[in-house]
Design a binder for this molecule. Structure first.
Ligand code: IMP
Length: 183
């Protein structure tokens, strides 16, 4: 029987991305969505550590993840406000905010927190740029407006496998998987 790994998330897409990298190693990934407070902090790691503290009495072993999009010319906005900004102004709003801005560099960051009696942190980052228009209907969130470095396609135009090769989450998951293999 394969070992079960619990991913605490309400996001089906994040789960699918994780599944593609974790299940080939012989683990069974389980999605749970008990909900936990996402504190307002300027550090993704702090949000993750708070989530772990909140959930550690409810699950023996689990992981969770927090991520954000940081746009250089907007002084790293939306950053830790990524969720709120996505649900309020969305991709259309970001495109509009950047209408006359030539410098479109941005970075996606992800932090994974794994708890198995103690907390372990894994990070990933993906540099890229904000597209001039929305492209693609794969993925979720800001995927249709983010082009990773070295690519022409947005994340929204990529399959999950392709996105995982470049993405912040893909990188964080790969170092997490490395840890799981070596335990
Ligand atoms: P959270 O990690 O679920 O709090 O995500 C923060 C915000 O960033 C949400 O609005 C997500 O939709 C967005 N986001 C996080 N990761 C990604 C990604 O891989 N692609 C596109 N949007 C993302």
């Amino acid at each position: 029987m394969s070992e079960e790994i619990v991913f605490i998330t309400s996001n089906k897409n994040k789960f699918k991305e994780a599944e593609k990298l974790i299940t080939p190693l012989g683990f069974k990934l389980i999605q749970k969505n008990p909900g936990y407070p996402e504190i307002q902090s300027d550090s993704l790691e702090e949000v993750v550590r708070y989530g772990i503290e909140y959930l550690r009495d409810k699950f023996d072993t689990f992981f969770l993840e927090d991520s954000g999009l940081f746009i250089k010319s907007l002084k790293n906005f939306p950053g830790v406000f990524s969720k709120f900004v996505f649900t309020t102004i969305g991709n259309e709003g970001i495109i509009k905010l950047m209408e006359n801005i030539k410098m479109r560099d941005a970075v996606f960051r992800a932090v994974i927190g794994y708890y198995d009696g103690e907390a372990k942190i894994f990070k990933g980052e993906c540099k890229g740029r904000i597209s001039e228009e929305m492209r693609g209907d794969h993925g979720f969130g800001y995927d249709p407006i983010f082009i990773p470095q070295g690519c022409e396609k947005t994340f929204g135009e990529m399959t999950t496998e392709e996105k995982n090769q470049y993405s912040h989450r893909g990188k964080a998951l790969k170092s997490f998987v490395q840890y799981l293999k070596q335990r």
